[in-house]
Design a protein around this ligand. Structure first.
Ligand SMILES: [Fe+2]
Length: 296
């Protein structure tokens, strides 16, 4: 059982904490889980170094934070343990063991679900000597830095997240989704700004290439706005770039951050990562305190 309280050191000015004193392979009591939950909700990503984490323990530790949801592209889920989604370019017995490449566009996991993911726990088993980093952008600080007119625009629109649109248009290197997989992920609209259910802060909630358009707005106009907002929200001042080491685990909050992978030489180097994905709540946007006052 983990018995010492964890300590935290910042990873970057905008986002993230490194957590010290947690061995994820051991059971954790509720007060420590509560501290980690709080830290995640305020800092958006938590890094745990030097974790020796078998898939069963990865799943068990993740379940402290909620219900797990296997990925719709179930050909990349671990055989016998579908809660682990494998992201890898490794080929074994003539078969790709995981989703190759990772996602190179800025996104939030499962944003295309009616109840998108709360957070994901990503464990590095093998990584290339260069490239293959994951970048994380804080949607809290990006939102806060937006000009007022953009905040107002985004507060009034709902973005349509469409996984079929993404898979069809942006993943030519992967096999097409089956009819059954497509049926599981119909387009869904979420507010472009959301209130974090734990911290109460507002965050930008978009996903590049997964959001096809804003409800009631033409495709071209929507795409123009999405491009503009996402490039603003992912400026270097809002971003932390993580250089992976085997044994690293990052727990990221999908409600307040976006992430993407940087390219690496996939012909020469191996990258093997295991991910669990926590189910979250339906996104909502609560009025700001002064707006609530006006309405009353
Ligand atoms: Fe992702």
């Amino acid at each position: 059982m983990i018995d010492d309280s964890p300590t935290f050191t910042p990873l970057s000015p905008a986002i993230g904490m490194e957590v010290h004193g947690i061995d994820m392979s051991r059971p954790a009591p509720p007060d420590i889980i509560a501290r980690l939950n709080e830290a995640l909700s305020h800092n958006s990503i938590l890094l745990f170094r030097d974790q020796d984490l078998a898939p069963e323990r990865h799943i068990a530790f993740s379940r402290y934070f909620g219900e797990l949801e296997p990925h719709v592209a179930d050909q990349y889920n671990m055989p016998g343990q579908p809660e682990i989604f494998i992201v890898s370019n490794v080929v074994e017995n003539g078969r790709e063991i995981g989703a190759r490449g990772g996602a190179r566009h800025w996104h939030s996991d499962y944003s295309y679900r009616e109840r998108p993911s709360l957070g994901s726990l990503f464990h590095c088993l093998e990584c290339p000597p260069e490239g293959g980093q994951t970048q994380f952008a804080s949607m809290y600080t990006a939102y806060e830095a937006l000009p007022d007119e953009k905040k107002e625009l985004l507060a009034g629109v709902r973005a349509v997240h469409d996984y079929n649109y993404y898979w069809t248009n942006y993943t030519p290197h992967r096999e097409p989704l089956t009819e059954e997989q497509r049926r599981q992920v119909p387009p869904v609209a979420h507010p472009a700004l959301r209130t974090h259910p734990v911290s109460g802060r507002r965050a930008l909630y978009l996903a590049h290439q997964v959001v096809s358009h804003f409800e009631g707005m033409e495709f071209e106009e929507s795409q123009e706005i999405i491009e503009e907002i996402v490039s603003f929200a992912t400026e270097a001042r809002f971003v932390y770039t993580h250089e992976w080491r085997p044994g690293d685990v990052i727990f990221w909050d999908n409600r307040s951050s976006m992430h993407r992978v940087l390219p690496f030489d996939e012909e020469r180097h191996r990258r093997r990562m295991h991910r669990t994905t926590l189910k979250g709540d339906r996104p909502y946007l609560a009025p700001l305190p002064d707006e609530a006052g006006k309405a009353a």
